[in-house]
Design a protein around this ligand. Structure first.
Ligand code: 5GP
Length: 203
């Protein structure tokens, strides 16, 4: 069985990653999401185990020591990490998996798993991004500032990525990501090597 695809989605805070990833599940029903661990405080609507695994710094540090993360990074003063065992289990069971992680984490993933597909989402403009961040009212002004300061670092990492999408319209962005995933699934390199046997076996 071919291994599942590992799809990494990154982009500045407020670009719309959460909305896009949740929309993707409606058109790609067999796609799964890897829930990250974090030390940041949960937002009012967030559920432990569903949005994130919310950990204390001590718990997070212990997991780093136990090599329990496939990648981890400090982003906007908090720790974030991808649980290794879930990703490995899903990929070896042939399940396609989406990760929403920052550029530091994406670089670590690309090094460990070069076959991962890295997608960078950009806002149409800085001005629009600021408006989105202010409008969603989930961060204090100081936190918004921190997130905006990180943008330059994020854009410097774009050459590492396989795809760059400007998120002008959610439906269009989702269709573009869906096309990437569909195309990656039918790559020769990802299929079993005996193509004739595959056709002869078919009814
Ligand atoms: P937020 O606090 O807005 O949920 O996420 C802040 C940033 O952390 C986002 O850029 C998000 O992509 C990133 N992030 C979320 N989970 C992970 C993770 O497991 N690893 C890394 N490296 N970044 C993550």
């Amino acid at each position: 069985m071919p291994r599942g695809l590992l799809i990494v989605v990154s982009g500045p805070s407020g670009v719309g990653k959460n909305t896009i990833i949740s929309n993707l599940f409606t058109c790609l029903s067999d796609l799964k999401y890897s829930v990250s661990a974090t030390t940041r405080e949960p937002r009012p609507n967030e559920i432990d185990g569903q949005n994130y695994f919310f950990l204390t710094e001590a718990e997070f540090t212990k997991r780093i020591a136990d090599n329990a993360f496939l990648e981890w990074a400090k982003v906007y003063q908090h720790y974030y990490g991808t649980p290794r065992s879930y990703v490995e289990k899903m990929l070896s069971n042939g399940v396609d998996l989406a990760l929403d992680i920052d550029v530091q984490g994406a670089a670590q993933i690309k090094k460990a798993l070069p076959e991962a597909i890295l997608i960078f989402l950009s806002p149409p403009s800085l001005c629009e991004l600021k408006q989105r961040l202010i409008g969603r009212k989930t961060e204090l002004e100081s936190e918004i500032e921190l997130r905006l300061q990180y943008i330059e670092t994020e854009f410097q990492a774009v050459p590492l990525y396989d795809y760059f999408i400007i998120n002008r319209e959610i439906d269009l962005t989702c269709r573009q990501i869906e096309c990437i995933i569909q195309a990656e699934r039918i790559k020769v390199s990802r299929q079993e090597t005996n193509f004739l046997a595959k056709i002869l076996r078919a009814e």
